[in-house]
Design a protein around this ligand. Sequence first.
Ligand code: ADP
Ligand code: GLC
Length: 487
Amino acid sequence: MKILFVTSEAYPLIKTGGLADVSGSLPVALRNNRQDVRLLMPAYHDALEQAGELHAVATVAMAGSTQPIRILEGVLPGTRVKVWLVDYPPAFNRPGNPYMTLQGDPWPDNAQRFALLSRVAVEIAQNRVDLRWQPDVVHCHDWQTALVPALLSLEPSRPATVFTIHNLSYQGIYDSTTFVHLNLPTALWHPDGLEYYGKLNIIKGGLAYADIITTVSPTYAEEIQTYEFGYGLEGLLGHRRDRLHGILNGIDYEKWNPAQDPRLKKPYTVRNLDDKEENKKQLRKDFNLSQKKDLVLIGMITRLVEQKGIDLILDAMPRLIQFPVQFVILGGGDSRFEWALGEWAKLYPDRIGLRIGYDETLAHHIEAGADIFLMPSRFEPCGLNQMYSQRYGTVPIVRRVGGLADSVVDATDENIAQGTATGIIFDHADANAVCWAVERALTLYRDFRVWRGMMRAGMRQAFDWKTSAGKYIEVYEEAVRLAALRP
Ligand code: ADP
Ligand code: GLC
């Protein structure tokens, strides 16, 4: 099948979170499965720097653009997946984050920028760009590309569309005037379309018009049909539930492999777990923490935003710090969380190591060096770090939501006895529950045999893309079938 994969970020070209990991690895898995996949994304300043060799293969004519929109062709670095970058410097050639200014505010023209990306995708999908290639399926991700299924729905003959929700809390909501400024077809302005209580809601373009909707775990697919997790769109999603599938993300087994991770002090496998200790020492050095053997090392790597339950950690900290633990925390985001964590780190410099910012190497050091990985998310569509952790023999403590519930096996007595337990799961989003889970983990940690068993069970999980890529291919086939049935 020919698949146009449209995304706003892809590792290693540019990354702010898990969407980049997925966009950088699912297309590779699809290609390995003999699918003809092309990745379309904006030619951001940083992406241009990372992309290696590129050449212009086409220009796209678009009303209102002040200079030609070029399509630059290359490959996703280190792979044979073809990449098309939409090169329109007024919209995309800005340093840093794809969505935000250096001050952390959304770029004021985000609606215009991502509408442009979406319109280019539509032109390619309809074979109106001189690329001599037309997809059978267009696969879009999150609100930034959600106008694609909406705009394609107005074309008399078009490819099938699949829309994946990675995070429903970001919807692309704008005033109705933005709808006018974007010059969107009025046929899309109604409550079953892009209108949402008098406003423009861009993600609805994906949810209302795609032939198939997927999200990144089976549990999140159920959760988003409820008031608590649906962010106002639970009704629409419930209405379309026969078109909604939950497919758990895979992870890149080459980039995240403790046996041959060039970033590690000492690689290790399930058979020589003692070597993990070297990485623990290194990690403490990275954070200037003392090498105290009796302290259990808890790691976190996260965007510092409400979703990730950072407030729960802060509420729990007065009690957590009484336990025999050290923390290593890597993250960036809301300044109030950065500040509050910073205050704790100042109070306990030998117990809490904090690095504000983005650091790929340190992320690998944490996965390899920590004993425990903590992820107390309020909601989590999939989550990747709990899977990386298990692969690195670092036992995760997670809240029972979304993909966390689907990828961690709780250390119940029964699961421990059967050797299937891989982590600790708690239910309530409050400080008590976090403390209880950490205490439970520390008790299990003291039992060498049980803990080793959990580390090993985690390392043996199969989180690679093989199974999930197969499920996406089934979804694409289903979407093509449904698209053919359209009146
Ligand atoms: P989300 O996409 O909601 O942020 P995921 O768990 O799906 O959550 O993916 C987050 C990805 O971003 C992981 O690969 C994680 O290692 C990475 N990451 C997050 N924050 C940082 C950081 N400060 N430095 C390095 N990597 C980070
Ligand atoms: C989003 C979600 C995260 C998921 C990632 C990749 O950013 O917050 O849970 O793992 O997308 O699908």
